[in-house]
Unconditional design. Structure first.
Length: 459
């Protein structure tokens, strides 16, 4: 076997986000092929062989790469619309446009979403894609291909909808699948693309959309399918008071009880938002180790409310951060969610004790890895884990007078990314992508947004 190729990073602050929150004021980290080989205080060991790259990271903080746990990539080409709507009215306004997406649009939107996250420190992304209009092409393949080309570790949550307008749902009739068609297509996507290995770059989850747009049978059978195939499960849950009312009227129970009755609580499940959770709901999530994707900016944009994140963490619920679709979080960046999670949660009942800087960083790294079922592989900087990490530049005007680097990263302005590594490969250099042409993506997404708007206007 060929000798390991090494990358040595020195003279940096390090926040490992390990179980003890170990930090080094001045330390080093060594990457060997796609793994973290060693890290610690001071300089790297002398005499290391096959060092291909040596980085003087003076003025930088090194952290685990950020992990995004909820997104809708296709929405990149419908940003800036319905800006003063609550969730329900926003969905009503945008579904007629979303129902007209096709493979070319989805590929371009995925590139835009991934590029924005990757250049801002995301090393593991996910996309909950659930809109599969009839005759729209290979949408799942387009999304997975975009992530592969960008070099980002990726989970596709293969979504589905079978409750359309004629059944009392929100999506147009031609934008949903049949129960049988959705299950078959989801199973084929898992079999074709899911990789269960330790260093997998692509994984697939089963992800019916939400109670508003799916039948109980799709939820039940989707869960059974996921567990038969050994993959994770994802959906939206407890996002708004309207959803709570809808579930009580249709099913005679609240969202959490409904999900539990259909087999949708468990350590292989994570749900987006979970804004309107009572003590019993949180206890059920903690008991079953069901994960939560917290999306603070989107929750605020749609006036959904403040999720009880401090109570969830205190109860032992796994919680990660999510960008959510960029039609409800136009920035599309996860590193800004570190700050927003902290600030918005301090507006809640716990006030200044809600979250601190290190808890926010943990949500965006190890918490996300937990939620995606990959905490043994990513989410903290430890020997043997995959080399997914970020170098944040903190010696410029924006941060240089903040003594503590983690405080600077979370409380300060969005920090520049000097380098980002995924699986030991550098994908960002001095704030620009190495793996894609950002200007070409900007042109493509602008063109596809205009094309979609024109088609929707004719619709």
């Amino acid at each position: 076997m060929a000798a390991a190729q090494r990358i040595v990073i020195e003279n940096c602050s390090i926040a490992t986000v390990d179980a003890n929150d170990t930090e080094y004021a001045t330390g080093h980290l060594v990457i060997a092929d796609n793994r973290i080989e060693s890290l610690g205080a001071g300089k790297a060991p002398e005499g290391l062989e096959n060092v291909g790259t040596r980085i003087d990271a003076t003025g930088h903080l090194v952290t685990p790469g950020l992990v995004n746990t909820h997104h809708h990539f296709y929405q990149w080409i419908t940003r800036g619309l319905a800006t003063d709507h609550n969730l329900f009215n926003w969905l009503v306004a945008l579904y007629p446009t979303w129902a007209r997406i096709d493979e070319q649009m989805v590929r371009s939107a995925a590139q835009g979403s991934l590029a924005m996250m990757a250049r801002g420190g995301v090393t593991t992304a996910m996309d909950h894609h659930y809109v599969y209009p009839q005759g729209s092409g290979d949408l799942s393949g387009a999304i997975i291909g975009a992530a592969r080309d960008m070099g980002v570790r990726f989970t596709l949550a293969r979504g589905s909808m079978d409750r359309s307008e004629k059944d009392g749902g929100l999506p147009p009739d031609f934008a949903v699948e049949t129960l049988e068609g959705a299950l078959a297509a989801t199973e084929e996507t898992v079999k074709q693309h899911h990789d269960s290995s330790f260093d997998a770059m692509t994984q697939v989850a089963v992800a019916p959309c939400s109670p508003f747009s799916i039948s109980t049978e799709l939820l039940k059978q989707g869960g059974e399918l996921a567990r038969r195939l050994g993959v994770r499960m994802h959906t939206h849950g407890s996002e708004t008071v309207e959803e709570e009312k809808f579930c009580h009227e249709l099913f005679g129970m609240g969202p959490t009880d409904y999900f539990e009755s259909t087999g949708w609580l468990g350590e292989d499940v994570w749900m987006a938002h979970c804004v309107h959770m009572n003590d019993s709901d949180i206890a059920a999530f903690a008991r079953t180790k069901t994960g939560v994707a917290h999306c603070p900016s989107s929750n605020a944009r749609l006036a959904a409310g403040i999720a009880r994140v401090p109570d969830m963490l205190a109860a032992g619920v796994p919680v990660g951060l999510g960008v959510d679709g960029t039609a409800s979080n136009e920035s599309g960046e996860l590193h800004t969610e570190l700050r927003n999670a902290l600030l918005i949660n301090r507006l809640g009942a716990h006030r200044e004790a809600a979250l601190n800087a290190r808890q926010a960083l943990r949500l965006g790294t190890y918490g996300g890895a937990q939620v995606l079922g990959r905490a043994a592989e990513i989410g903290s900087l430890e020997p043997g884990k995959l080399a997914d990490l970020v170098l944040w530049k903190l010696d410029t005007l924006a941060h240089s007078s903040i003594a503590d680097p983690v405080t600077a990263l979370v409380f300060g302005a969005a920090a520049p990314v000097t380098a980002s590594f995924v699986n030991g490969q550098q994908i960002v250099e001095d704030g620009r992508l190495r793996t894609a042409d950002e200007d070409a993506i900007a042109r493509s997404t602008r063109d596809q947004a205009r094309r979609l708007a024109e088609i929707a206007a004719q619709g």
